[in-house]
Write a new protein. Structure first.
Length: 260
C-alpha cells in the first residue's frame, strides 16, 4: 500500500475551510520568496513532505497532480545554473554561460524554493471544491459577492472548455482539416476555442444578471462557511514551518534576504 494512501485521520483535510488552505499556502510562499538560499527551502520542503503523508492522496495521484511542479523546478534550476550570477570558482564557461560556485548555489536554492512553494499549493487545493472556496471568500474574507460569484462561475466553466477543446478537435478531424501542420492546427483550434469561450461567457454573464447576481444588495448564502480550530491549526502549522525554516537558515548563516 502506498504511503500516501488515505487513512481515517486524513479525511479531516477535506473539511478544512479553503480559505485556511489558501492562507497557509500564501504564508509559506511569502516567507520563502524573501530569501534565496537552499537551507530555508530545504527545511520547508522536508516538513511539507512529512505532512503530505496525511494529505489523503495516493502516490500516483500525488505525482500526477504535481507533475508540472516537478518539471518546472529543475528547468528553473538549470537556467539559473547556466545564466545565474557568477561568483567564486569558475568550473565551465561558454559565451554567456558561466558555471561557478555562485550559480550552483543559486540553482540549488531556486530548485528547492520552487518545490517548497509549488507542492503545498497544489496539494492543498486538490481537495478544494470551488463552491466551498467561494463560500469562504464571501463569508470569511468578506470579498464582494459579485466578484466571488463571477470567479466561481469561471471555475465551473473550466470543465466545459476541456470538453469544447475535444469536440473541436473531433469536428476538425471529421471535416479533414486536422491533418496539417501541428502549430497551425493548434493556433486555429485555440482561436476557435477563444471565440466560443467569449460567446459562452457573454451568455453566462447575461443569465447571471437576469437572475439578480449583480444586484447591489446584501447577499445571503445557501451554505454557511465556518472558520474554527481546524482552520487555525492549519495556518499555525504553516507558520511554524515558515518560522523553523527562517530560524535554521539564519542560524547557519545562509539567510540571503532578496531586498537587502
Amino acid at each position: 500500500m502506498s504511503v500516501l494512501t488515505p487513512t481515517r485521520g486524513v479525511r479531516a483535510i477535506d473539511r478544512i475551510n479553503p480559505v485556511a488552505k489558501l492562507a497557509a499556502a500564501l504564508l509559506l510562499a511569502a516567507v520563502l520568496v524573501l530569501t534565496i538560499d537552499w537551507v530555508s527551502a530545504a527545511v520547508a520542503l522536508a516538513c511539507e513532505m512529512l505532512l503530505f503523508l496525511w494529505a489523503g492522496l495516493t502516490l500516483r495521484v500525488f505525482l500526477w497532480r504535481t507533475a508540472l511542479v516537478w518539471l518546472a523546478a529543475p528547468s528553473t534550476g538549470i537556467t539559473t545554473l547556466l545564466y545565474g550570477q557568477a561568483s567564486g570558482q569558475e568550473y565551465w564557461s561558454f559565451g554567456l554561460i558561466q558555471v561557478t560556485d555562485g550559480s550552483i548555489d543559486l540553482a540549488l536554492a531556486t530548485t528547492l524554493r520552487v518545490l517548497a512553494i509549488g507542492l503545498p499549493a497544489v496539494v492543498l487545493f486538490i481537495t478544494v471544491d470551488p463552491t466551498d472556496l467561494a463560500d469562504g471568500l464571501g463569508q470569511v474574507v468578506h470579498l464582494p459577492a459579485r466578484f466571488v460569484l463571477g470567479g466561481l462561475a469561471a471555475l465551473r466553466m473550466v470543465g466545459l472548455f476541456i470538453e469544447d477543446w475535444r469536440a473541436l478537435g473531433l469536428a476538425r478531424r471529421a471535416r479533414g482539416v486536422a491533418d496539417g501542420a501541428v502549430l497551425r492546427r493548434l493556433g486555429n483550434q485555440t482561436f476557435a476555442l477563444l471565440v466560443l469561450s467569449i460567446r459562452r461567457g457573454s451568455k453566462l454573464a447575461t443569465a447571471m444578471e437576469a437572475r439578480g447576481f449583480g444586484a447591489p444588495i446584501q447577499r445571503t448564502w445557501a451554505r454557511s462557511s465556518t472558520f474554527g480550530l481546524r482552520e487555525w491549526s492549519l495556518i499555525g502549522i504553516g507558520l511554524m514551518i515558515a518560522v523553523l525554516a527562517v530560524m535554521i537558515s539564519v542560524s547557519t548563516g545562509n539567510w540571503n534576504f532578496v531586498f537587502a
